[in-house]
Ligand binder design. Structure first.
Ligand SMILES: C[S@@+](CC[C@H](N)C(=O)[O-])C[C@H]1O[C@@H](n2cnc3c(N)ncnc32)[C@H](O)[C@@H]1O
Length: 382
């Protein structure tokens, strides 16, 4: 089932039809939220007509589509870390017949060269290290007095958030609440802040060194699911391995050390995760010819010629703030398609998520390899 939502945003005569990416059959999940509406209402009231827009963290292109529909071909820089945000924005622009010319797509590592002549709209991300990194990048380029509008749920705005913004970009004031959201108006003070560096930390028990960019899962210690996985990696004659949802790449890195002749493909929808996995491959002195890195939504764009004998996966159980198992489900389906006959899908999951039911349905088999009070390691054979 396709769930489409039509959104009549402030300043628009016709509604937009917006979908999440990947499309979800969960009728509770929609492609925009009240903070998007609040940002657009704020713009409507301010009558702002800039020569360029910079839109940061627009989940599925709702803001970008609305700006394009309201303001014709004013150039837009779209910056998001997530591949699904980029693909969602592209699909929603296309399905609403909005022109894509002069929309420039970026990940969030290039913000220090964007925004100087633009009106800037941002959605508050969940990860505050990533938020601070974003602001300090913007501080390199914004003029004193230039404003950034940040849309957020009112419950996420407090004095320490405003202080963090002050520390990294300039003074911040929150608007009155509307539909339980506020718009934070930040006035840049024109002073460049030091850029944040990736966090580097050792894993002595594995003899690995890891580096995480600001928006990468497990910032300074191993995830407990990943730890159980590392204690129970499969044994076999592996030559094509995929670390699906790789984060900093710890699962694939350790596998590469056990199977030094294997090609290891690291896949994540976060550009910062892929950059971290790539840095970690080099940092741990693994063979540069054998590490491959893919910024993708699951395995949607993986070269059809890659036929894996092992897929490792510690799947997410949320997308942004929405708790959902549809990404895990897509990962398992994509893994099945990419495995050669006899290849293994080896996953870790929270016990209560019931992944064994899904795997049994998909592969016709599923074995429990290990478990503890909270997590379970499951394996299916293609
Ligand atoms: C639970 S973390 C696991 C990270 C790492 N493998 C570990 O074990 O520490 C899940 C990872 O899946 C990634 N992810 C989420 N949605 C994805 C998607 N649609 N396609 C690919 N990766 C995705 C997240 O960015 C995150 O890095």
């Amino acid at each position: 089932m396709t769930t489409q939502f039509s959104a009549l945003f402030p300043g628009l005569d016709n509604p937009l039809i917006l979908k999440r990416y990947p499309d979800s059959s969960d009728a509770n999940l929609q492609a925009w939220d009240a903070a998007d509406e609040h940002l657009l209402k704020h713009l409507d009231e301010s009558g702002m007509l800039p020569r360029r827009w910079l839109v940061i963290n627009d989940s599925f292109g709702a803001l970008t589509c609305a700006l394009r529909a309201r303001h014709g071909d004013t150039p837009i820089d779209f910056a998001a870390d997530g591949r699904t945000a980029h693909l969602g924005a592209l699909e929603n622009l296309q399905s609403n017949s909005l022109c894509q010319q002069e929309i420039h797509f970026h990940d969030c590592s290039q913000l220090q060269s964007l925004g100087n002549d633009a009106a800037i709209l941002m959605k508050l991300p969940k990860n505050l290290n990533f938020f601070a990194d974003t602001l300090s990048q913007l501080s390199q380029t914004l003029r004193a007095g230039q404003q950034v509008l940040i849309g957020a749920k009112a419950k996420h705005i407090n004095q320490s958030l405003l202080t963090l913004i002050g520390k990294n970009l300039g003074e911040a004031n929150a608007s009155l609440a509307w539909k339980k959201t506020r718009v934070i108006v930040v006035t840049a003070d024109g002073k460049p802040r030091p850029l944040s560096k990736p966090n580097r930390w050792p894993v002595p028990e594995l003899g690995l060194i890891l580096e995480n960019h600001s928006n990468v899962f497990a910032a300074n210690k191993l995830d407990i699911g990943a730890r159980l996985m590392l204690d129970n990696l499969p044994v076999g004659d592996f030559s094509q391995v995929i670390d699906l949802g790789c984060g900093n790449g710890v699962l694939g890195l350790q596998t590469a050390r056990l199977y030094p002749n294997a090609n290891v493909h690291f896949v994540d929808e976060s550009a910062m995760a892929v950059a971290s996995a790539m840095a970690n491959w080099a940092l741990n002195k693994l063979n540069p010819d054998l590490g491959k890195f893919h910024w993708d939504d699951c395995l949607s764009h993986l070269d059809a010629g890659i036929s894996a004998d092992l897929v490792l996966c510690n799947p997410p159980f949320h997308q942004g703030e929405a708790i959902t198992d549809h990404i895990a489900w897509q990962m398992f389906n994509d893994a099945k398609r990419s495995l050669k006959p006899g290849g293994l899908l080896h996953i870790v999951g929270n016990r209560h998520l019931g992944y064994h039911v899904k795997l049994k349905r998909l592969f016709g088999n599923c074995k429990t390899i290990a478990s503890n009070g909270k997590f379970v390691i499951l394996q299916s054979v293609a």
